[in-house]
Design a binder for this molecule. Sequence first.
Ligand SMILES: Cc1ncc(COP(=O)(O)O)c(C=O)c1O
Length: 421
Amino acid sequence: MKHTLALMGGKPTRKKPFTSWPIFNKSEEKSLLRTLRSGKWGRLQGDEVSKFEQRFAAAHGCKHGIAVVNGTVSLRIGLLAAGIKAEDEVIVPPYTFLSTASAVVESNAVPVFADIDPHTFNLDPKTVEAAITPRTKAIIPVHFAGQPADMTALMALAKKHNLFVIEDAAHAHGAIQGGKSAGSIGNLGSFSFQSSKNMTAGEGGIITTNDDALAESCRSIQSCGRVQGGLWYEHHVISGNYRLGEFQGALLSCQLARLEDQTNRRDRNGQYLAAELIKIPGIIPQKRSIDCTRHSYHLFMMRIDPQQFGVSRSTLIKALQAEEIPCSAGYGFSLPQQPLFQNKAFGPYLHKASAKLNFRKVRCPQSDLLCHEQCVWLEHSMFLGKRADMDDISEAFQKIYAHRETLNAHVLSSPLTQGPV
Ligand SMILES: Cc1ncc(COP(=O)(O)O)c(C=O)c1O
């Protein structure tokens, strides 16, 4: 029997903190100072954002990058550029952050939830196909946790039904599927640089594409509907000021310079940990798709089968946290169960088509199972360290499994922690 559980008075498995986030060094300091001293703080004056756009797009196999204020606005701009209109339907997964679906509502369109695959935790192409109606105009696959969704099947469906595809790659900087970078496979890609993401400037986002006309349209929407060669006070389409600032552009170029090395490290450590954890009864790491060339491991996701493992998820999480292994249960419920959808609190976006909907009747059992009982998340920065860090994580799981019976006898009362988005 391994040492006493930390939750029961023993010493924690992990003796020092994991790698913290964000990571920065002198290059960020120099770039920020250079931008400060230049006096060119907006993208209209400087060239930090435009240089970053080119670098990020090239690193993701795309011709164009359009930087914006965050990864919610990038989805909204994408939907506008796609020509999504009132009452059009857009298929989204239920296991994702709010923005994937709220961007659809804010485009005056209707989000239609299709359930996820129980093994990869990404959109299941079969449920997507079943959700297609004559009103369906687009799909937003999310590369959840950093593993690309099944883009081969989804792009085939899109072709067959003439649908627009926006990849929500908010978790997938540097992820690759079948040799193609996330963000370069659909019509448009959308990334976030919010604080928790694998590349960050505190906030920020970018749209990627290989389509010249779409790029021009996104670029116009990003900056008040202006067009190239037009007058300054000449506005062609409904939009606003969604431009990213130069300080963020400067920071992001420094972050991008580390992305390749960091993504390889996360992927290496993530694969190693998955191979270790799968040996423990009742622990089922996210399945790696055959065509996943590189997983960006924004999150390391797994299911716990409480019957097989011998304790509930909430007990496992409390015990892991006591062992100094940071973790969380992630989302508490699937998106259709959010009060926003249950009550259709869509404000000015409630129109005839959405008024007729009843999100209380939407069923996404696979997503619900993850949310309510099974999913555990570990964050990406834990995967930036050494293999020995992975061994500590796996040892903590083994220790908890070995003590499952005594642990179960404990009354564990504190509530589940919510993870970052
Ligand atoms: C899957 C997903 N899509 C979109 C977003 C929105 O990005 P942002 O926070 O930059 O608006 C997030 C999270 O932050 C996300 O997790």
